[in-house]
Design a protein around this ligand. Structure first.
Ligand code: WTA
Length: 663
């Protein structure tokens, strides 16, 4: 038996068998009504989510569906997200309660009470206003995992300015594209940050991005690195700490926002090269994230809760910032990586902070498994009550390992399926009620109508693969794309909807299976999006970065399954003429991908081929290339114009593999 992964001989082999939540958990769960799935049967059932918030004006209609799929939730209601995350907890006498516990990369620690957070958010909100930021002006935030990131989001929310957070690891070009698309004239960023202990310059990326923009930008710079990386402020640039001093002690009344007003936009990869600006509302989004934090993640105000994601992606928006803070809990924010300074780092943080709920991604769990059980075993993890997984399918083996080695066999696991576009969790077990089936996310949440259908929209039989669709609207759903309603309709509402019969089914882009009990197992993306370590990347975006390299004729990018990352980026490239310069081109390709998108999109392999396999009509057969990369059956190749090329590519991959093994 393979013992590397911590499955010692004294342990039973993983079974993947269904499990019921332990009684100790059930007894204290936030949601225990076993009839909730049946009872949650009309839009008005979502009132329980809206009831978790404080409204300035109560809403008069739960759901307006006249202009489907442009649904409107909680209309007539007004509220402010920063008021919901801060003021109301202070008014309830909880100002000294810890809101954020920050763990820095170099072992620094900072604690923000709700009062501390209130003060800093208000000062920044006052400063933003003074700079001219008005309601509905998009503010771009390009910050790593430092407290100023959620502070900036809440300051924007306070004055009704939608934020657009760009993941700090994305390139200057990616930042410029997003700022340009959102016509964003304000930017919050920092001088740099530490990467594995070294100072890394973020500001120079910002300078390059701003040069590329046609409009002027006012920038606020957080000095994160001090003397480790001195920087000079240029025209239109202000220092964050100076501004805070200037506006010290000032408060700003939270702006009452319409429930349907935009809280933020978040760019994500789509099926074309252009990222999509997903628009989220204030009322429906906040209600849905608060409700799922309560019902699925079982968050309680007295908990210490830790979602180990990055706020630069949707998971961090919904489940590090808005959900937990709306519920008034303590949210842990971790700046570093799981293996620095050592592989026990996360467990040391759980132990020291007595973390109650821990939420992470399968890619991290697979890494923990590979490193071995001795790291978590060094620490007391008995404070944990619930574990969560998000971002990719989690197969039974890592599920069992997580359950045993991190949860001590006593914590339920919620495997939560959702997307940037759904805003909040839509498929998951309810931890105090539903049986868990390792490898399957679970049934749709109450009120969510998730189905697995074939091409014609007919539900497939249990066990068969099909497309995952959502057949009923939900409060956290994206309202549109910033790029326009047409693209929104085209991306999500054409495949399985039928305007003639007013049938509006949202297409997720994922394939799935459903079992007799209605449990959904997500199989992965079926469009041109790949999921690398839980991060969404568009193969077309990577291809266009590669195609821009001198000497490259054509490129096709596919995903190859990988134990470590879920999927790796695999690039097939044909070069112009007979290039002898493979290594240099390979280097230039990697460089181009990193500078146009970011290091996260770096190809794991670049395979050179004289030609790409094409159909007679000239379309690159990516399906075939994916099959080759994954060493799978090739299926029908009769449509190919150049079938001989497939064998050549296979031989090339074989050589590469051998070369890699030798190295
Ligand atoms: C995948 C992240 C299987 C899926 C919240 C989806 C999952 C994409 C799961 C969205 C899960 C997310 N099981 N696959 N529990 N959760 N996915 O927009 O392919 O970054 O379409 O949102 O991640 O990625 P996004």
């Amino acid at each position: 038996m393979d013992d590397r992964n911590g499955w010692g001989r004294e342990r039973p082999a993983p079974t993947g068998l269904p499990r019921n939540p332990p009684t100790s958990f059930v007894e204290q769960a936030n949601v225990t009504n076993e009839r909730i799935h049946e009872e949650f049967d009309e839009p008005a059932s979502w009132e329980r989510a809206a009831d978790l918030l404080a409204w300035d004006e109560p809403y008069d209609t739960v759901l307006e569906d006249e202009e489907a799929p442009f649904y409107r939730w909680f209309t007539g209601g007004t509220l402010n997200a920063s008021f919901n995350c801060l003021d109301r907890h202070i008014e309830a006498g909880r100002k000294t309660h810890t809101a954020i516990r920050w763990e820095g990369k170099r072992g620094e620690r900072e604690t923000y009470t709700y009062q501390d957070l209130f003060v800093e958010v208000n000062e920044l909100a006052a400063a933003l206003r003074d700079l001219g930021v008005g309601e509905d002006d998009v503010v771009t935030i390009y910050l790593p995992m430092i407290p100023e990131l959620p502070i900036a989001m809440l300051a924007c929310a306070r004055i009704g300015a939608p934020h657009s957070v760009v993941f700090a690891g994305l390139s200057a070009e990616a930042l410029a594209t997003r700022m340009d698309a959102a016509e964003s004239e304000y930017l919050l960023t920092c001088d740099g940050y530490y990467r594995r202990g070294d100072a890394f310059n973020q500001k120079s990326k910002v300078d390059n991005a701003c040069i590329a923009l046609d409009h002027d930008v006012q920038t606020i710079v957080v000095d994160r690195l001090g003397d480790d990386l001195p920087h000079v402020l240029g025209d239109g640039e202000r220092d964050y700490h100076d501004l805070r001093e200037e506006f010290s002690g000032e408060t700003v009344d939270p702006v009452a926002r319409d429930a349907e007003d935009m809280l933020f936009l978040m760019y994500t990869s789509g099926t074309t090269g252009e990222p999509k600006g997903v628009v989220h509302s204030t009322g429906g989004y906040l209600a849905h994230v608060a409700w799922t934090s309560h019902a699925v993640l079982d968050v309680k105000p007295e908990d210490t809760y830790w979602c180990a994601a990055d706020i630069g992606w949707i998971t961090g928006h919904s489940y590090i910032v808005y959900g937990p803070l709306a519920l008034g809990t303590t949210t842990v924010m971790y700046e570093g990586t799981p293996d620095y300074p050592d592989r026990a780092r996360l467990w040391e943080i759980v132990d020291r902070n007595a973390v109650d709920v821990f939420y992470t991604a399968p890619t991290a769990i697979r890494a923990f498994m590979k490193w071995g059980a001795e790291y978590p075993a060094k620490h007391d993890l008995s404070s944990l009550r619930l574990l969560g997984s998000v971002g990719e399918p989690i197969s039974p083996r890592p599920w069992d390992w997580y359950h045993e080695r991190i949860g001590g066999g006593e914590c339920p696991i919620v495997d939560t399926w959702w997307q940037t576009e759904t805003g909040a969790i839509t498929v998951s077990t309810l931890p105090g009620i539903d049986e868990m089936k390792p490898g399957s996310a679970g049934p749709p949440l109450p009120g969510i109508d998730a189905r697995v259908v074939d091409d014609s929209g007919t539900e497939v039989a249990p066990g068969e693969a099909g497309y995952l669709v959502l057949a009923r609207p939900w409060p956290g759903m994206a309202r549109t794309l910033y790029d326009g309603d047409d693209r929104f309709l085209e991306e999500y509402w054409t495949q399985f909807s039928d305007p003639e019969t007013d049938r509006w089914w949202y297409f997720s882009g994922d394939a799935a299976r459903i079992d007799e009990d209605g449990y959904i197992t997500v199989l992965g993306r079926i469009d041109d999006v790949i999921n690398v370590s839980g991060r969404r990347l568009s193969t077309m975006e990577i291809e266009s970065a590669i195609a821009g390299v001198d000497g490259v004729a054509e490129a096709a990018v596919v995903g190859r399954s990988s134990d470590a990352n879920g999927t790796d980026v695999y690039a097939y490239v044909s070069t112009e003429g007979h290039s002898e310069n493979g290594d240099a081109i390979r280097e230039a390709i990697v460089e181009s991908v990193e500078s146009t998108i970011g290091p996260i999109a770096r190809p794991a392999e670049v395979i050179f081929t004289p030609e790409l396999p094409k159909t007679r009509s000239g379309k690159i057969m990516r399906r075939l290339l994916a099959a080759v990369a994954n060493d799978e059956e090739l299926g029908d190749t009769s449509a190919l114009r150049n079938p001989e090329i497939v064998g050549e590519i296979q031989a090339e991959i074989g050589d590469e593999g051998e070369a890699n093994e030798r190295n």
